[in-house]
Every structure is written in C-alpha cells, then in structure tokens.
Design a protein around this ligand. Sequence first.
Ligand code: SF4
Length: 888
Amino acid sequence: MSQRSNAISTTCAYCGVGCGIRMQPQDTGYVAHGEETHPANLGRMCVKGSALGETLGLEGRLLQPQIHQRPVSWSRALDAVADGLRATIDEYGPQAVAFYGSGQLLTEDYYVANKLMKGFIGASNMDTNSRLCMASAVMGYKRAFGADAVPCDYQDIELADCVILTGSNAAWAHPVMYQRLVQAKQARPAMRIVVIDPRPTATCDIADLHLPLRPGSDAALFCGALNTMAAQDKLDNAYLVQHTVGTEETLAAAAQWTLAKTADFCGLSAAQLETFYQYIGDSERLLTLYSMGINQSSSGVDKCNAIINLHLAMGHIGRAGCGPFSITGQPNAMGGREVGGLANQLAAHMGFTPQDIDRVSRFWHSDRVATAPGLNAVDLFQAIESGQIKAVWIMGTNPLVSLPDADRVRAGLAQCPLVIVSDLMHDTDTTRAAHICLPALGWGEKNGTVTNSTRTVSRQRSFLPAPGEAKPDWWIISQVAQRLGFAEAFDYQHPAEIFREHAQLSGFENHGQRAFDISGLAQLSNAQWDAMAPIQWPVNDRHPQGTTRLFTDGKFYHPDSKARLVAIAPRLPINRPSNAYPLIMNTGRIRDQWHTMTRTGKSARLMQHCSEPFAQFHPDDCPTAQAGDLLRVSSTHGWLLLRAQPDPQQPRGSLFVPMHWNSQFSQQARVDALIEAHTDPLSGQPESKQMPVRIQRWDAVWQAEVFLRGNASAPPPVAYWSRITQPDVTHFTLADTTIPDDWNAWLDQQFGTGQWVCQSARIGDDGFNLLAWKDQKLQLAFYAHRALPSLDRQAIVSAFTQCPDNAQARLSLLAGRAHGGKSPSGTIVCSCFNVGETAISEALQQGCHDVAQLGKTLQCGTNCGSCIPELKKFIARQREALVAGETP
Ligand code: SF4
C-alpha cells in the first residue's frame, strides 16, 4: 500500500475512471489528493474527487437498523429480514424474491449478494443499477468477443491517432480521463479528436470535428463509416479472414449506408461525413470511447456492435492506441459484471448453460443454483408492481429516482409486501418506501475492491471508523444468509476471504475459456490483499502481472476463437416527438454532481456550479421563457419544474435536463419520472435519453431565496423549491403562483417560538427582504421579489457564522450584499478555487485575454481543468460583446 505519512491510499467513490486517491488527515478532517502511482489518474483528480473530504460528515446518515421507521437492534432487524424472505419463499417460491444492487457496492459485497440469491435462494432475480448505465456495452462485447471484456487501457488515449467520443460528455462525466486526452492533444496536435453528440458539450472544446447528429442515429454513422472504408479498400482483410466471422453479412447490411443516406438519416452534411471518414481512413490507430449516449437506447447493443464492427474490420483492436472502449459510469460497475450482478449472468462470467450451472454448483457446494436468467431492472420493478415479486432487497441505490417511469416504480413499490433497503442515508426516496432499513457503511468506512473501466482491480480502503451501528454490506448479507440456513457457505469473517473465493471461482475450470480470471490473486493473504496494488485482469499463471490490453493475439472467447461482426439495421429511438410533445428531452450528468446527489449534494462547493435543476433549450423552442424564469417540462408520464436556461447553441427541437435532482433537493425535478420505460430487447437497458416533452414558461408571481440556520426539518410549502445544504445553513430557492397559507406555520416549525429581532425592507414595488435574529445570531435571511433576486450568497452564508457587528453591515446584509460594496461572486465557474463569474468578468475587463492569464490571475482552471471549456466560452462571449460595442 502506498502511504505518505499517515495518508491512506484508496479509490475514488465516483465514476468508472477509478482514480486512485490519498486521503490525508488534517486537523479538521481529510483532504483528497491524486495518487501519482495509480495507473488510472497518475496523480490527477477532478473536482468531485477533490471534494470527497467535504462529504464525510454524518448528517443525514442512517445509523441504526429500523423496522417501520422505528430503531431496532441488529439481531431483530436481521431476524425480520430472514423471516420475511423465508416466509415469502415458502409461500410463493424463490422467484418471488429479488435483490437490486448497485455499482456503488464493493466487489466483495456484490459477490456475497449474488451467491445468496443465485446459489442458495435459487432464483436469478438479482439485478443492479448498472443495468441503467452499461448493460448494452456488456451485450455488445459478448456478441462480438464472446466475453464481456473491454480490450483497452487508458494509455491508448495517449497513443491513438484518432479518438472518437460518441455518446460521451467525458469533460464532465469522466473528467480525469478527458484531461488525459487534453494533454495528449496538446503534446501531439496532429492527433484527431471527433465528438459525436447532438449537443455542443464541454467535450467539444478540444474537438477537431463535432458531429451534431440526430439523437439516436449513431449506428447509421458507424455503418456508413464501415461501408465507406470498404469502398475505399481500407479494411484489414487479412485480419477479417483470420480472426473474425460475419464479414459478408455485415458488409452487405452496411452497403446501403451510402454517404447521402447516412447524411440524411443522421441529419449531417455530406462534407461533415467525408471529413469524419477521412480521419478514420487516415488513422493507423483508432480509439472509440463510448458511454451512456450509446448505451441508454432501445437499440444500444446494435450501436455498440456497429462501433465494434468498424474496429474489427479495420484491425483497430488488440493494438496500442486502438479499440472500442466502453467507459463505465459507476465506480464498481465492472466489479458487478465480474461477480454476476446482472440477472442474465450466473457468476464469474458464466451464464446459465448446463455446464456453467454444474460448475458453479460444485464450487459453491449447493444444489439450489438458479438455472435460468432472472428479471432485469425494469422488468423486476414491473414484476413488483404486478405482485409477482413479493419481497425485494434494495442495496445502495435509489431506484425511485433513477429508474424510468419512476413514479410508477414508486407506486409499485408501495404495494410490495416486504421492502428491505440497505443504505447510508436515512431519508432517500427509496428508504421512504422501505419496511426495513439497514445501515450500511459508506465510502471511507468500508474495505474491499472495485474494478474500473480498464479492468483494473483497486483496493478501496477504510480510513474512518464505522459510525453508529452501520455495518459492511457483505456482513449484513452473510448474517441473513446464516439465518436462512446457509451458515457454512456464508461464514465470512473478513472481506479478503470473500475476495479469495471470488478469485478462485474465476479460475475454476477456466482453461482460458473465460476472460475474467483473477486466479493469480486467489492465494493472497489478508495482509497481501490489504496492500494489493492496482492490477488489470486477467491475472493468472499466464499473466501473473495482469494484462494491459486484450486480444493482442487475435483470439477471442467464442468457441472458434474468432470475433463476430454483427449485421446491423440502424433505427431511430422508439420515442418520437409528436404535435403534443414536440421536443426531445436528453438527460445527462453535470460537471460537479454524481448520481442522485446523496453524496455530492453534501458539498456546498459542488452545489455552487449548478445550484438548481435546470433545462437548457434553444430560445426559439420557447420564446416566452427567459433566463431566470421557471419552466414546466411535461411528458406523457409527468412534469417537472426547472430553471429555464435558453441557449442558442442548444439544437432546436431538443432540450437537456440533468439527471441528478431527487426529492430531497428539489420539489419536482426527478427527471426519470418523465421517461417511458422502453428498453433494448437484448440488454434490457432503458432508452433514457430520448423522451418527447413539451415546455412552457411557468408564471411564478414571486420568487425568493431563504437562508435558515441549521438543517430545515421540512421543505417549504411552495410549488417550487430547490435546496442547497451549506455547513450549518440551509438555502432554499423558492417560487409560487400564490402566497401559501401555511408559510408562517412552516417558519414556526423550523424555529419554534421565542424572542426574535426582525429587520425588514420593502424593495421597489415587488421586493421584500427580511433578516431575523435571536440571541444576536442570524437565524433567517429572506429575499423575495417578482423575479429571482440578485444576491451575494456567499456573504449571506458567512453572516451565519460571522455576525455583522455594525448597523451598516446589517443594512448591506438586508440588501443581500457584502459590506463594502463588493460585487456578488455570481455563479461559481471554478469549483476548485471558488472563482465566480464576477471575478472572471472583471479580470477579462482588466486585460486578461486567455485561459492561461485567467489562471495566473485567479487560479481558475489550474487544478482539475474541468472549468476550462466554460472559461473559454466566457472569453468568447466577452469578445463578442466588445465587438458588438456592448458593456460585457
Ligand atoms: Fe473520481 Fe471520476 Fe473524478 Fe477520477 S474522474 S476523481 S474517479 S469522479
């Protein structure tokens, strides 16, 4: 284990880049630093990872088991779980129970859950939220290679001649990997970068070519590329003959994708396609990075195979700088795939053939092993709704926010006789639906392994004590298994024991037939496991030091060792716009948030970049809605209230909405409540990025911001609110079409009665500001106007800890300003150094004219680099304003 002084080396809690970090203890907590020796990041960090130390507090944690919201002992809770599962199985059979896991679980947790469900309960209804992010990539690889095996390594980003990013806003979703690409491009400007995305995202900042294709038309683009390469004699015919089958049918299917037809289908010009195809044809080493924009589709598997076809046909695989490279979203999505966490897998890359079932039965010493695939995520929750599933155990995930048709999922879960939830947090949309809540350890407290996008297994090490009565997931599941009568098979005392068993199973009767093989790690002692350095699988007798790149010998995992090209018939999304719902809603991530915000929402710094849920749209699509208005977004399934962000760069006919906000952070912003649950027939992954909607301005008669001391016990009783939690201060943004009757009752509920000193001011015709003090401490700051007030939020939050000590300063605070006339910082652009729009604008006016100069003056953009695309946009806007003779 790499340690510097008393720092602990571990792995980041967030995305599939899987950065190594060092948590350095300080007087006031921990600070995260990039681990220089970790191959995923070589010392780099993004702002989310850097802020991990700010998310370790215990506010909101679930610290004791609960039954029907009442605290109980562990033994009582575990008995209740086991009794409930047993009674369900006895009455309805094993198919009536289900587990739903998460890419946030450690591999050891995942392994034990999968073993209990598929090996001992004897059903396969164990699926995971990874179904929502990369199930299509898994199926694409399995169809092509015979195994779910990512061929590439991050080094390939630096070695490629041409890097294509499709369905990936890596600048925001996988920032450290993106920064690696930025630096590679700077070092080798001849490298070509192509970004394929309907929107001009931050990733386009470094693109030589941006292809703003019609949403969902990617497969045609790659079929067109294959057809053009064939016509130009750019295919690697020797490779195709020796190492693949399916060439003839695949090329025949691609042949119809002429330049004209492809351009028409994808909504691109022939010239754009010619440039794209020329880049591909000219490249010795081609790398394609793809992510949710490809996978979250009703034809996601075909899109993956269209990409892989091109790589196989040109021999761009198994070589440095080459390959079809699926980037996973979650920290341990790959670990879940290894253990069999998806319902269509059994274990350790084995499926449900008689041979695999027999092998796993012998290894686990169980005669109850499941014999057929179970229900995938969307079907599983529909089976709960229909009553087929009577008991479900949800582990470390928030499906009432993240599954499509989320309101229906919520209604279905409300009918389920037994809902068990293991989670860190006390109050989530999903724990609210639980009968039994089990407190799990969180990142920083738990100990195990995770696997990133490049097959690199890394240790996640605990550096914090277990809080309250929280326990590791593997322990909780093992305790239930023991109570169900499987004590011998689940007698684990340490996560390293589980890892060794997992490693042994991966090599058990493998004989090179299964890609996932870490049998070389099966004999690690506990101390060796604890100190294990990151290593890429396969790790076995043949590759004791791990394996950087797969398929270097042209051998694949189909029985004949050949890869499969798959004939693809591209099609557009199932969801299409209509007169009633004329716009397509695209969902995705923002730079500083992660998943449903249960962790990143704790960091006030991360909340400053995008403080409210929003919708970006072209101004022509809703001319009545201006920046600062609220927008009602409706689909056939529900509606949202979001901050309007008209943006002329957003393509007409579509809008972008982030997927993060849950019911704890905003009143009406769970984007998945609007999504129809159409899925890919092969992967079961939902079409989450293309939902027809309509938008209209929402006429608020007042908007306000309210800052309250402490944690608000309940959200305000208004139609629109969104929340930011700051240390010791809760900050709401509010709006409504009326003045709510129960407003005062809500305030009383927050503070109780007592001696308050109030200071108020009417501002113009429609503004009202109020400060309330108790015992010389600011308790509440309230600013209401017809439109959203302009405030110095940092100054207001500071006043809760540093009370203004004179009348003039209090008057400034009442006006929402810092004392001394300093301008509000505006939206924070650089979260690393807390640099806001105002400072950037002033620096530009004072002569800074590029990113480097801004960095020297304000430090912005000099740490993780994630804000550089926004800084460039700022500079461009400033220039445009100067040219137009406007005051910027
Ligand atoms: Fe963590 Fe991903 Fe950022 Fe790396 S890129 S620090 S893994 S969030």
